[in-house]
Write a new protein. Structure first.
Lengths: 253, 645
């Protein structure tokens, strides 16, 4: 099939940037979306142009590095699929495809389609862990976990930190990402001691990093390639409310 | 032979003796320690943030060292360990099915085809149980039974169920556990994290590793970072084949730069070809996707009995199907180790019985399992893998059998290390897939996660202090030291060279061609004639690369073509060494199969009299490496012809 691509080109963080049109002929339906971009880039290099910069690594939908807004949808049209796992059989001959970077205040553009998502690391740094220094762990079977809780914790832990939720949110909120980690850890017995200090720390870091507030629109969950459910945000809100009323960190509360 | 020369044998001088089950404990006791007050004055560089690097950086920081961590990805959470699907082995014996530390040790030595060190493997089996405890404490959501206890499953090369897992995302969950521990240390100011940075050179001063030269991939800035010790956790080199299950960015540069500075490279020809990957679909293919080995628990592998039978698989009756693994290996069946399953797939395809458009594929069929257990049970176990398969191929594996073919997956070879995980350069430690130490000539499934975390959480943090205890005598050096300046200048000159060629071929076109040479001649089956041909072709192509490659843009700022060019340049040098290693090893063992050395029924024929050693290669710069042999001794597991029949 033959395609027209309109791609966001931006030389660097200070550059204004613009959409540039490219024709890509003879695209095979078995190609992945990124392989289609590889073909374009090979051609641009030989024509003496700069190839399009985009982030990618594992190309099997798990590392979370790829981050393309395709026709206005984070990771493109196929639900539950990262851009690297999107295949060209989802498109038709003659299509025009718009390709843009994540756009959010907390994710500044580095170059072309590459953005800086280090704000996510800052949120984890502020409490997205269980304090368990190496060597201090008790026997693994000392704390059984009900299967339903283990499964729900796993479901939230499946987040790949790609940032599609932020890109899809009209407010540029990172609440689904934050809530996924909160939910995972608060469903496990090991996560209880830090449960309420964690939620306050992470929400504060989220706000400081420049993410917008959550107004329960739900675009995030619809765009999430890993199907992180929207009710994780409800869990976060409940924990946050409890934490503020309990005065997190006060003994006995 | 003019391809290499032989030097003095090398010995693992740190290797302990005595009863094997007491060696690690005694060694830890005998090692020197660093007083907590002195630890914060010592800086350790860790390159890579996968299971090994992430867990090591976090643990060393917890102990009080000042850690500087580097990764090429935009976040430490994205290292390729994240893509490991199936599971992690541990000798917990929760199933009461006869498992023990000794059995895990035994299975791993045997699985490695008697080309690994007994002491190292035993230590690995010992700490495996601590890893599970550690990960559970961190909140890793392992699969559980209804009673709330941990579930386990079986994996290739073992007859016990010792593999812990988190659906098909075990690597992701373990890595996020390590990443979160690392982020905690970053928040506490104990780790200085440098994402989007690539190590391009090692700084060696007075014979010790004292720093690295890195490039900031966003700004293009080159800087020299000094330390008291350097730890490489930079992963494997499977991308030398261009197509592999590795992430696109995985590369050998950190290891290769260290090799050029004096670190020996051990057993480079030991590569693992994984039997269950999605077949290549066309020339545009940029990577291959693994389907977890756990699928072989329930899927049955088959091809038609007749050559060229291209009927729809559903129309091929039972008695015209060849379930060849079950036929040839009745006791392990579909769960034979990876090297054996891969070669068997190659053999049936070579006979003309392969399936799919290219003829390079075999069926992995779940029809029986779906009938026996119900679709729901299969969905619960493998749902995400089935979805991934359908996304890539457009076929529904609940209805049509999967098509799979072997692909490069893991490299058992790597930088040579002693029992302390120290390379032949003092102060340079190598952990995880980047070293060579535990898997011999073939790695068993679910053992990579075990080794990465063993090295990072439990081994290195107990061996590095013995080296750092003497740090007071190393002498103060900074980035202005002549050796550091020379390393940095070399990096700058190489970048300028790559940018100035301005030829007419892209980096990827060279990489693809190199990969084809390697897959053809240094892949699943190797022969003397093929390897000699490959060495010639690699040398010619490498010369062409340095004359015709085109790297657009400049060194200032993000330049992904420049990053790739540097990595491919190093792959060229490694590729030649791999072929020399494969050529010199005139036997078949594990993932290294030489056509000239097979049993009458086509199994790998080891030659223990001549080749029961680790081949540690020294870089000379003349194109003629020096071979140092480290003899392997087997006191507990007697080498036998591996049989899974």
């Amino acid at each position: 099939m033959n395609l027209t691509l309109r791609i966001w080109r931006q030389k660097g963080p200070e550059d204004k940037g613009q959409m540039v049109t490219y024709q890509v002929p003879d695209v095979s339906p078995d190609m992945s979306f990124l392989e289609m971009l590889d073909v374009l880039n090979e051609r641009l290099i030989l024509e003496g142009e700069e190839p399009v910069a985009f982030d990618h690594d594992c190309r099997e939908g798990i590392c979370g590095m790829c981050s393309l807004m395709i026709n206005g949808e984070a990771h493109g049209p196929q639900r539950g699929t990262t851009a690297c796992q999107l295949h060209m059989r989802q498109f038709s001959d003659g299509d025009t495809i718009d390709i843009e970077p994540w756009r959010a205040r907390a994710f500044p553009v580095v170059k072309d389609l590459v953005v800086n998502r280090s704000a996510f690391d800052k949120i984890i740094e502020a409490g997205g862990y269980i304090t368990a220094p190496t060597g201090s762990a008790p026997e693994a079977h000392s704390a059984p976990v009900a299967k339903a809780n283990a499964d729900a914790a796993f479901e939230s832990a499946a987040c790949i930190g790609c940032g599609a939720c932020v890109a899809a949110c009209p407010n540029g909120s990172g609440m689904l990402f934050t809530a996924a980690k909160i939910t995972q850890l608060s469903l496990l017995p090991q996560g209880q001691p830090e449960r309420y200090t964690r939620v306050i720390g992470m929400v504060d870091a989220h706000d400081e990093a420049g993410f917008g507030g959550c107004t329960n629109i739900g675009e995030c969950a619809a765009a999430c390639p890993k199907g992180i459910p929207l009710n994780t945000i409800g869990r976060l809100n409940r924990d946050f409310l409890k934490a503020t009323t309990k005065r997190a960190g006060t003994p006995g509360s | 032979m003019d391809l290499y020369t032989e030097g003095d044998p090398i010995a693992d001088t740190k290797a302990p003796d005595g009863p094997i089950e007491t060696r690690w404990e005694r060694h830890r006791f005998e090692g020197k320690l660093v007083n907590p007050a002195n630890r914060r004055k010592l800086t350790v560089i860790v390159v890579g943030t996968g299971l090994a690097g992430g867990s090591a950086a976090a643990t060393l920081a917890e102990q009080g060292y000042h850690v500087k961590s580097y990764c090429y990805q935009d976040s430490p959470r994205r290292a390729h360990s994240i893509a490991a699907q199936g599971g992690i082995n541990a000798a917990k014996n929760y199933r009461n099915d006869g498992d023990s530390v000794h059995r895990l040790f035994y299975d791993t030595v045997k699985g490695g085809d008697f080309r690994s060190r007994e002491s190292n493997v035993h230590r690995l089996a010992e700490v495996s149980v601590n890893i599970i405890d550690q990960c559970v404490a961190q909140g890793v959501p392992f699969a559980r039974e209804y009673g709330g206890l941990l579930d386990t499953r079986s994996f290739g090369g073992a007859q016990v169920q010792r593999t812990f897992y988190a659906r098909g995302q075990t690597g992701q969950q373990l890595l996020l556990g390590a990443y979160q521990a690392l982020e905690r240390q970053i928040g506490l100011g104990n780790v200085e994290m440098n994402a989007r940075h690539e190590m391009l050179e090692l700084v060696v001063v007075d014979g010790r590793a004292r720093g690295i030269v890195v490039r900031d991939l966003v700004t293009g800035e080159i800087s020299t970072e000094m330390a008291d010790a350097v730890v490489l956790a930079s992963g494997g080199y499977g991308n030398v084949f261009y197509l592999s299950t590795n992430a696109k960015g995985c590369n050998v540069t950190a290891s290769w730069r260290a090799h050029r500075k004096g670190a020996y490279f051990a057993n480079p020809c030991y590569t693992q070809i994984h039997p269950t990957c999605i077949p290549v679909s066309g020339d545009h293919q940029s990577k291959l996707t693994l389907m977890s080995e756990s699928l072989r628990n329930d899927g049955r592998v088959w091809v038609p009995k007749a050559k060229g039978d291209n009927r729809n698989p559903k129309d091929i009756p039972e008695d015209e199907r060849d379930y060849y693994l079950e036929r040839i290996y009745p006791s392990f069946g579909n769960l034979v180790p990876r090297d054996i399953a891969s070669r068997a797939a190659k053999n049936v395809c070579d006979e003309g019985r392969g399936v799919g458009p290219s003829g390079l594929g075999v069926y992995l069929d779940f029809a029986d399992a779906i009938q026996r257990l119900g679709r729901k049970a299969i969905e619960a176990k493998y749902g995400n893998l089935f979805e991934m398969y359908e996304r890539i191929t457009g076929e529904d594996p609940y209805e049509v059998p999967m098509r799979i073919y072997p692909a490069v997956h893991y490299t058992m070879g790597g930088l040579w290390v002693d029992y302390d995980l120290q390379s032949s350069i003092p102060g340079l430690f190598v952990i995880g897939e980047a070293n060579f130490s535990d898997h011999g000539a073939n790695r068993l499934g679910a053992s990579a996660l075990m080794q990465g975390l063993a090295d990072g959480y439990f081994v290195l943090p107990n061996t590095l202090p013995n080296y750092l205890a003497n740090a007071g005598s190393f002498g103060k050096v900074d980035a202005s030291h002549p050796q550091a300046v020379a390393a940095r200048t070399a990096v700058e000159e190489r970048i300028q060279k790559l940018l100035s060629i301005n030829g007419d071929r892209t980096v990827d076109s060279f990489h693809r061609e190199l990969g084809q040479i390697m897959w053809e001649h240094c892949g699943m089956e190797r022969s003397e004639a093929g390897l000699r041909k490959a060495i010639d072709e690699i040398r010619t192509l490498r010369d062409e690369f340095w004359q015709r490659v085109r790297v657009p843009g400049d060194g200032e700022g993000l330049n992904q073509s420049l990053e790739k060019a540097g990595r491919v340049a190093d792959f060229f040098e490694l590729a030649e060494l791999m072929c020399i290693d494969a050529l010199h090893r005139e036997e078949s063992c594990g993932g290294h199969f030489r056509a000239e050395h097979q049993t009458p029924d086509g199994e790998a024929q080891r030659d223990d009299d001549r080749f029961a050693y680790v081949a540690a290669w020294e870089y000379t710069g003349t194109g003629q490496p020096v071979l140092h042999k480290e003899d392997l001794k087997f006191e507990y597991v007697h080498p036998t012809q591996r049989s899974y029949k």
